[in-house]
Design a protein around this ligand. Structure first.
Ligand code: DX5
Ligand code: ZN
Length: 219
């Protein structure tokens, strides 16, 4: 039985209380904290950067699952590594050289994630699957929380899961965007083992974080 992990996205948290919100996620049973970094260039939104991540580091010992939606990305990897990121996920769409950026993340002894937008094929990252820790499949176009899950992505998750099995690889499959109580089981059955959720975790059941996280683990 695979272990399901929940990585709540703080994009949906109260940005004026991020430290306390992270504490609530830890108490509520989160396995890691999904930190959405946006630069207003790779995506049409701007969020937080290394100084804020550094300030949040002391609020939890949970891994920081840092999703870099920035372009350029390579030259900033060291700043995110030094700010306290544990998993650094980059988009090949923003890399000059994916292998150089993978090596840069590894240089800082961080886990490597590669993220695919809904319209980016698995083939773009196929050559790197043996050297990374996680593939982050976007089920919305990145930039905002609260968007609708793109169902076509289920096929991509199934295909990636099949490639992982056939090549006997160990990377995690994380899915991010629009995950809710009606679609999370389809996502897990398609082969994902880590769910990112912002809106559902922070807003459902009057914001009962523990109840919402428990429900997403209850397959
Ligand atoms: C979108 C972010 C997602 C998003 C998830 O660009 O990468 O992590 O915050 O939020 P929900 O769960 O609200 O779609
Ligand atoms: Zn994200």
């Amino acid at each position: 039985m695979k272990k399901i992990k929940i990585s709540p996205s703080i994009l949906s948290a109260d940005f004026s209380q991020l430290g306390k919100e992270i504490k609530k996620l830890e108490v509520g049973g989160a396995d890691m904290i999904h930190v959405d970094v946006m630069d207003g260039h790779f995506v049409p939104n701007l969020t937080i950067g290394p100084p804020v991540i550094k300030a949040l580091r002391k609020y939890t010992s949970l891994p920081f699952d840092v999703h870099l939606m920035i372009n350029p990305v390579h030259k900033y990897i060291k700043d995110y590594a030094n700010s306290g990121a544990d998993i650094i996920t980059i988009h090949p769409e923003s890399c000059e050289s994916v292998s150089d950026s993978i090596s840069e993340i590894k240089k800082f002894k961080k886990k490597v994630g590669l993220s695919l937008n809904p319209d980016t094929e698995i083939g773009v990252i196929k050559d790197y699957l043996g050297e990374i820790d996680m593939v982050l499949i976007m089920s919305v176009f990145p930039g905002f929380g609260g968007q609708k899950f793109i169902n076509d992505v289920l096929e991509k998750i199934r295909n990636l899961s099949l490639i992982k099995k056939n090549l006997n690889l160990k990377f995690d499959i994380e899915v991010d965007g629009g995950i809710n109580f009606s679609n999370f089981k389809d996502v897990l059955n398609a082969g994902a083992n880590i769910l990112v959720s912002g809106t559902t975790i922070f807003k459902e059941n009057n914001g009962d974080i523990k109840k919402n996280i428990d429900f997403l683990k209850s397959i």
